[in-house]
Design a binder for this molecule. Structure first.
Ligand code: SF4
Length: 294
């Protein structure tokens, strides 16, 4: 995973690719901030695509707020290669609920227009929505799910993390005020899990329910003690905007893309994660990665 921003200045393109050159048979997820604000995103995607066509990269994923005008230009350019690309847009509610949580008016409208644009111009591109549930949008869960169904796009849910910096987009919001009503979310997600089985059948339902299960367990127990082991540090790196390498974003970095990885530190983080001796999380980039459910 690679976190890219326009401000503060992001990692140099050459440094990213020199680092990636050392690896093969991996998938990359480009996230942010907002990746479409990264001035070298086009070059980076071209680099990844070339390597994907040589079977050296197995997947290219971009996680976006879905509202930047730059999205359309890039989708047009990469439309012939759409099947190698996956995109996820963050949706936090319908209409004003999304706008409030995102911190500006019109965010919802642009996102939906961009979903339709991607569907029309690059129908082969895999597209999904993710919703971070907070006290602002907790009544919107089912409506977001219905919208996903109408647009024929899967929706993934998670509960807002207790991390003060999480809502960096909207500085007027205090994280403590964002924590939602766990009982309400639990019943909404259970309903959706049932509906998913009717819609997509047993096999797909299994994947989805396995993903929803830890979230529902957390809502029931209000703790994450059920996480007794996590493979995320052994299976992935998260590279932040300053080039630091984190096998787990909640533990210490193990190096930098310029100076390399300290193997002892990496081993120590993996060991802690294997034993469940970690801060524990239900983050998309953390415990909620697919390799923890197979
Ligand atoms: S904090 Fe989260 S990502 Fe890190 S090891 Fe623990 S469960 Fe996995």
């Amino acid at each position: 995973m690679c976190s890219l921003w326009r401000s503060p200045a992001s990692i140099d393109y050459g440094r990213i690719t020199s680092f990636l050159d050392k690896y093969e048979n991996f998938s990359i997820s480009i996230t942010g901030g907002e990746p479409f604000l990264y001035e070298d995103l086009y070059r980076l995607l071209k680099y990844c695509l070339k390597r994907a066509l040589r079977n050296e990269i197995t997947g290219i994923h971009i996680s976006s707020n879905g509202t930047c005008p730059e999205i359309r230009e890039l989708v047009v350019k990469f439309a012939p290669y759409a099947r190698w690309l996956e995109m996820t847009f963050s949706l936090d509610g319908i209409g004003k609920y999304h706008d409030v949580q995102r911190g500006y008016n019109g965010a919802f409208r642009s996102l939906i227009d961009n979903v339709r644009f991607v569907r029309r111009v690059a129908p082969g591109m895999s597209l999904s929505l993710k919703m971070v549930i907070t006290s602002i949008n907790q009544h919107q869960i089912h409506r977001v799910w219905q919208l996903g169904k109408a647009l024929k796009i899967p929706v993934y849910f998670k509960v807002v993390e207790r991390v003060p910096s999480y809502y960096h987009r909207n500085y007027s919001i205090d994280i403590k005020e964002l924590l939602p009503d766990f009982g309400l979310i639990r019943s909404s997600l259970k309903e959706i899990a049932k509906e998913y089985r009717d819609l997509y059948g047993e096999s797909d339902y299994l994947i989805y329910s396995t993903y929803l299960e830890p979230i529902i367990s957390y809502l029931e127990s209000e703790n994450m003690d059920f996480i007794t082991t996590c493979r995320t540090p052994a299976c992935s790196f998260f590279v932040t905007v300053d080039g630091s390498i984190f096998p787990c974003l909640y533990m210490e970095p193990v190096g930098n893309i310029v100076s390399g990885i300290d193997e002892d530190k990496l081993f120590s983080v993996i060991k802690r994660a294997n034993a469940g001796d970690c801060p524990k999380c239900l983050a998309y980039h953390g415990y909620l990665q697919w390799w923890n459910f197979v």
